[in-house]
Design a protein around this ligand. Structure first.
Ligand code: SF4
Length: 227
């Protein structure tokens, strides 16, 4: 089978956000073994579901180079995707663990790690160019699961939708004008789960809603019944 070419994304030395580019350079000095570059999306090009997070965590995706891999948020996300048949294999917090995604793909609103996990609005807007390209490039896309308000707003901006027409709310589903469905969840961060903002049951419900937007044929037989 011929592998599909990757969707265009930012170069490893993307200079468009000076603050984040400087932070990458700083991190290369402190943690030379880390990825320390924009983190590419993960998952098949024919995905029907796109999961959009906020940004790489310093010692998570920024370290390993795969979205949500290596920190608490990834533990919850990948455990849930495996339970719903949206992933196969085993998740071992490293990019060579053999885990694959089924019918879904994961990206971030901001591809570079921001200081204190807080991208500036201008950085979110700038990297939105790549999110828009990602969404345009996924020709089978039916639904997007936005993890957090910034991801929600970034998706709307990428699609040219008015934020006031689609307000963020955990568990809320929005039918967008172009036929895409947007499902909101609080971000599956350690902070949100430790403070009780998001329980594992709440997160499972949001993923279940998103899962229903993917046609059964998109998830291989034998992977469908655990959710
Ligand atoms: S956050 Fe996005 S736009 Fe900004 S420097 Fe990184 S890859 Fe480039």
């Amino acid at each position: 089978m011929i592998a599909e070419p990757p969707l265009p994304g930012p170069p490893l030395d993307c200079p468009l956000c000076p603050r984040l580019a400087a932070f990458r350079v700083q991190n290369r000095t402190v943690h030379p073994e880390f990825h320390n570059a924009p983190v590419a999306s993960f998952g098949p090009r024919d995905a029907q579901l796109l999961i959009v997070g906020l940004a790489p965590g310093l010692k998570g995706a920024n370290r390993t180079g795969r979205p949500f891999t290596g920190d608490y948020a990834g533990d919850l996300l990948y455990r849930t995707l495996l339970a719903f048949g949206l992933a196969a294999g085993s998740y071992e917090r490293r990019p060579d663990d053999g885990l694959s995604l089924r019918g879904c793909r994961i990206t971030n609103a901001v591809r570079c790690v921001p200081p204190e996990n807080k991208p500036l609005p201008a950085e979110v807007r700038t990297c939105g160019t790549f999110l828009a390209g990602e969404i345009r490039g996924l020709t089978n896309l039916k639904a997007i699961l936005a993890l957090g308000r910034i991801a929600h707003d970034s998706v709307l901006a990428a699609l040219g939708c008015r934020p006031s027409a689609f307000r963020f709310g955990h568990g809320t589903t929005h039918d967008l004008p172009d036929g895409l469905r947007l499902i909101d969840s609080y971000h599956c961060s350690r902070y949100n789960t430790q403070t009780g903002v998001l329980t594992e049951a709440m997160f499972r419900d949001a993923v279940a809603t998103a899962r229903q937007s993917v046609t059964p044929a998109a998830v291989p037989t034998g992977q469908r019944s655990r959710g």
